[in-house]
Design a protein around this ligand. Sequence first.
Ligand code: AP5
Length: 218
Amino acid sequence: MHVNLILMGPPGAGKGTQSALLGDRLKEACISTGNILREEVRRKSPLGTEAKRHMDKGELVPDDVMIGVIEDRLRQPDCDPGFILDGFPRTVPQAEALDRALRTLGRRLDVVVSLAVPNEELIKRLSGRRTCRECGALYHIIFDPPTNAGICNKCNGDLYQRDDDQEDIIVSRLEVYTRETAPLLQYYRARNLLAEIDGTGGREDILARIVERLENRL
Ligand code: AP5
């Protein structure tokens, strides 16, 4: 099974976690705009410097910047079989630009999976998240701790806490999601592309819900 899929959901809904699991299962490119931006910040590139100003406050990076990033990324050959978009689009203008970019490439979206998780759970997930500096693997200090504290099970890399996972910035990110991104649910519902999935419970259970929904739709 190959699909062109968007994973949506508020910060901490498990987009990165499910994107990695689904990417392994479907052998598809996982495109996280958050990871692309964090890599640019690490390299101190002009894009990274611009993005950091917004990310540190929990705000969105401007649409024109993000649209350019995603247009370039979708042209890479690893997207040919199918792709999983994690964190894009986040605004209606980004969704419209994605529609245009896919039309130009002769592709179309198959499904938009939206993960629903209550706010109290999102805050617990984000405040305990740790990420591997080397391979990007995700952990949680309580829900999914590494075997050795601070060290990645997969590659022995250092685990770090994201700058935007401080409680005040988490609250801003949740507000931005409600204001800017949640309207996309209606955008995709109206196009009959939306699959709303309960994002609570175990990771594998959530993955099974997503795969079942994909099999029913395709
Ligand atoms: P981005 O990196 O995309 O952040 P986000 O959308 O806020 O989402 P997160 O990465 O925080 O959460 P997630 O849903 O991936 O959850 P995860 O799987 O990690 O974007 C960061 C910033 O970049 C934005 O604020 C913005 O500034 C900018 N940006 C990015 N894209 C942009 C765009 N298109 N336009 C403009 N700006 C853009 O899980 C979270 C934690 O929960 C982990 O610790 C995990 O282990 C744990 N967990 C996962 N699943 C479960 C489970 N089932 N049970 C218990 N714990 C779980």
